[in-house]
Write a protein that binds this ligand. Structure first.
Ligand code: ADP
Length: 326
């Protein structure tokens, strides 16, 4: 099998994580039960998920069947160096990570509410927002087999990369988070769209949970009509729904029954697991059964993540996810 390349273009952030029994009310100060720092950013998290979920823990990078490249920006500071080292330790190529003079590295302040496992996040993009279209005169050479994008870098840069990808017919997975509505033509460059319920509501202008699944299906169909081939809506504990151009109904893979410790990063693990399997399967050789196996694997991998604290540290390796059906 040829070695495939996945290139992730996106954010790198240092996570500052506090755990509390409950979220403080306005004007209230609460003592946290713990504090930790970690490497994060949706781009970097998804790169780590791709790297770990395409090979077994302790195996050689060359055994993975795919190489993972990260493109992004950090500041010339200690956080930035740690972020780069974190990626390298997972076997990710970081030649595309630029160090931006005069910028600070991105930071995310994460509050985890212990009772529910829910999280709230405040993000300071810093160097991530210094990644401009001029940083991308062209796509990397040789062309990647799959490009993964999120929206934690400037939208203008994402739209520019989508345009380049469309021109070169490179397969693209977009995880539009944090969600904003994109210009309609942007969707025609997106082969795989992965959104959670909130993101789905925003980009389809629906009120989300108040709608029936049939109505969800109708709105998702609109994305497909714009040119997206595969649409996946992740539903937290409820699993994921999936639609592609070939089927006329919403299919649901139910969530795994697990005990939640911290749901931060579940969506990023889902994206990385799906992408790693996708790149290996090879474009053009995927039938519907193959796609459902990818969705099922990603669903099980993401359920592993919520059973551990932390973000990147909670992302499982391939051999830690049961491999039935894959
Ligand atoms: P995000 O992290 O982007 O908000 P979700 O909360 O929808 O995304 O979670 C992404 C995926 O992680 C889900 O589709 C599911 O596979 C898995 N997941 C999340 N929460 C749980 C849970 N409580 N139990 C089992 N699986 C979960």
């Amino acid at each position: 099998m040829p070695t495939r390349n996945i290139t992730i273009i996106g954010s790198l952030n240092t996570d500052l994580i506090t755990r509390t029994s409950r979220v403080p009310a306005a004007g209230e100060t609460l003592i946290t039960s713990s504090y930790d720092t970690g490497c994060g950013g949706k781009g970097a998290n998804q790169a780590v998920a791709c790297a770990r979920l395409s090979r077994e823990k302790g195996s050689e990078v060359k055994e993975a069947g795919c190489t993972i490249n990260m493109i992004g920006a950090v500041g010339d500071d200690m956080f930035g160096r740690d972020l780069i080292n974190g990626l390298v330790s997972n076997g990710i190529d970081v030649d595309g990570v630029r160090v931006k003079d005069g910028e600070k590295s991105g930071v995310a302040v994460i509050i985890v509410e212990e009772e529910s496992g829910e999280n709230r996040i405040l993000m300071s993009p810093n160097a991530n927002y210094a990644l401009r279209p001029s940083d991308f005169k062209s796509l990397p050479d040789p062309l990647p087999d799959l490009i993964i994008l999120q929206l934690e870098i400037p939208l203008i840069t994402v739209l520019h990369i989508l345009k380049l990808a469309r021109e070169k017919n490179v397969e693209v997975l977009l995880n539009p988070a944090p969600a904003v509505k994109l210009p309609q033509e942007a969707y025609s460059a997106v082969n795989h769209l992965i959104v959670n319920e909130t993101e789905a509501s925003i980009i389809t202008s629906t009120t989300g949970q108040n709608n029936s699944w049939a109505l969800w299906g109708e709105h998702i169909q609109r994305l497909i009509d714009l040119g997206v081939r595969h649409v996946l809506v992740t539903l937290g504990a409820e699993g994921v729904i999936y639609l592609d151009t070939g089927i006329q109904r919403v299919l649901q893979a139910p969530g795994e029954k697990v005990t939640v410790i911290d749901s931060t990063g579940a969506g990023d693990t889902f994206v990385g697991a799906y992408a790693g399997m996708l790149a290996k399967s090879g474009r053009g050789s995927r039938d519907f059964t193959c796609m459902m196996e990818l969705v099922d694997f990603a669903n099980r991998a993401a359920a592993k993540t919520v059973q551990k604290g932390g973000v990147q540290s909670a992302i499982p390796w391939r051999n830690e996810v049961s491999l039935e059906n894959t």
